[in-house]
Design a protein around this ligand. Sequence first.
Ligand code: PLP
Length: 388
Amino acid sequence: MANDTLRGASRANVSNHADNIAAIPLVDLQAAHAEVAAEIRAGLDSVMASAAFIKSQVTEAFEHEYAAFTGVAHCVGVANGTDAVELALRAAEVPVGAEVIMPANTFVATAEAVVRAGARPAFADVDPDHLLLDPRALEAAVSEETQVVLPVHLFGQLAPMAATTAVAGRRGAIVVEDAAQAHGATQDGRPPGSFGLLAGVSFYPGKNLGAYGDAGAVLTESAEFARRVRLLGDHGAERRYEHLTIGFNSRLDAVQAVVLSAKLRRLAHGNQARRLAAARYAELLADVPGITLPSAAPGNEHVWHLYAIRVPHRDEVLRRLQDERIGAGIHYPVPVHLQPAFRYLGYGKGDFPVAEAAAKELLSLPLYPQITEEQQVRVASAIRRVLG
Ligand SMILES: Cc1ncc(COP(=O)(O)O)c(C=O)c1O
């Protein structure tokens, strides 16, 4: 995910004439750090004193804590979310060349992970209300070739899993979830990783649960899949120097685990604060002409990783927000099927009209647990001035 709008990053895209107003970042990582700084420093001191940086008890403890938090039986820490999705596919023994269907509106990493696992990405359109994998589009896209369906729990809420698993099941395809943006989200009370065989999670710094660098995890109810992910991420070995398969170096280190454990203790509270902030935006922006506000799909407990509105003249709105030192983002400006890297798959413009229209209108507004009412009023007033 582009991090140029994270606080502390370059302000090159913010014009100077508004320098006297306080900036409102898209994500305020400094405010998040202030809440946990003391705990993290103490934890890091103890890791440094022990010098156990890789495969440490601190990492094992975090894995147990995150599994318990989500309610999924197993959590295996890996190096980042892209690896998490790749290792999940590899643990499920997805054959080389297998077709894996995912939504066209996702971060490119979902498709990268599929390619890296030796499989072939295929896309289906998203639904116009929530921009999640549309089960009807999925039904139309699945074929004899389809071996995996890979829904993405975008923006903080789960894709419609009952319908998705039903379509996959009828075709004999397995389901693996991309849960990179859905820490603590549930559907009908169930978490990511409890629907598919496995789910990949990212702890990229800007996520609801973010590390201080790259980190990720795989969630699964299966002890055997968890064992395989761990084996693959640790050079194919379960015992030192006994390499059962050709693996990777993809482990969650102790430094990141200290950060994640400290921040996990505040995740439920942070998610609740995000829900309140999302509700406040909904009120503040309710009657702005032409705007489409995001909402939770039925059965979903949304954790609002992103508050992505849709607006006409999006690039103009974005420019005006930047002029007023308001950080906003676009998730995502180009659907994956139109990215140059995936041209070889043979898709073109017009193949996924909902995702393509959304890419022109989406605008993510500042949202983080510490955002104040005053900040949100400023954001809403700026939008109203452009569109009202
Ligand atoms: C939907 C989605 N999938 C996968 C990833 C990849 O995660 P990471 O950046 O940790 O590799 C991300 C995060 O950026 C994401 O948002």
